[in-house]
Design a protein. Sequence first.
Length: 248
Amino acid sequence: MAAELGCRMGQVEQMIRYAYWNSGCSGIVIGVSGGVDSALAAAFCCRAIGSDKVHGLSLPTSVSNPQDVRDAQELCAMLGMEHRVISIDPMLAAFATLPGFVESLYLLGNLMARIRMTVLYYHANRDHRLVCGTSNRSECMLGYCTKYGDNAADFQPIIHLYKTEVYEMAKEMKIPTPIIEKTPSAGLWAGQSDEGEIGLSYAEIDTALKNLEGNGWKAGSPVEEKVLARAQKNAHKRLPAPSLLSVP
C-alpha cells in the first residue's frame, strides 16, 4: 500500500515537472489559504521543482480567520518557499463602487474567488510563472468552486484526488497537523464550512461519487441522489464554454 501511494505521489511530481519544463517559465505561484488542499499542492510543487522556484500568496479579507494566514506562513517556512500576504479588501471595496452593486454572500464569495485568481495571474504574468491550481476531485465533480475563480489554473496537481485521498497524502507528506485537522472552509464568510454548505461530509461525498462512477452514474441511495443532482447541475463548470469553434 505504501509503495502504491509513493508511486502515485511520484506521478504527481512528474506531471508538475513536465508542465513546468514544457512551459519555459521561471517558477510557480500558488494561492496558499492555510487549508489542506493548497498545502498539499504547494508541497508537491516544492518537491517537483525546488522550493526556491515556488511563490506562495495568501489573499485574506476582513472575514478571513487570522489563524489560516499563520498556518500558511508556517507551512511555507517549513517548505522553504517564498510567501507573501496581500489583503484583497481594497479590491473588494473598489467593486462596491460599481453602479448597481449588490452585496450578498453568494455574490461576494464568487467575487473573492475571482479577485484572488486575478492577483495570482498578475504575479504569474509579471514574474513569468505558472499558476498552480488547488482543486480536488470531490469539489470538482460537485462543482463546488467558482468558474474562472478557484477552478482556474495552468495545471492542477491534485484534481484527480478525492478529498479523503488528499488527507491521506497530506499525512504522508508531513503537512502540519493543525492544517490537516482544521474544518475545511473556503473562508468566504465568518463561520463558513465546506461540509456545512454542501450538507454532506467529505467521507459521504467520496463514497457516493465512487459508487456512482462504478454504477454508471445511477444513484442507489438518498446521499447518492443528492450528490448526483449536484454534479449534474454544475456540469457546466467542468466543460469548456459552448461554441461553434472547431479545433483540428
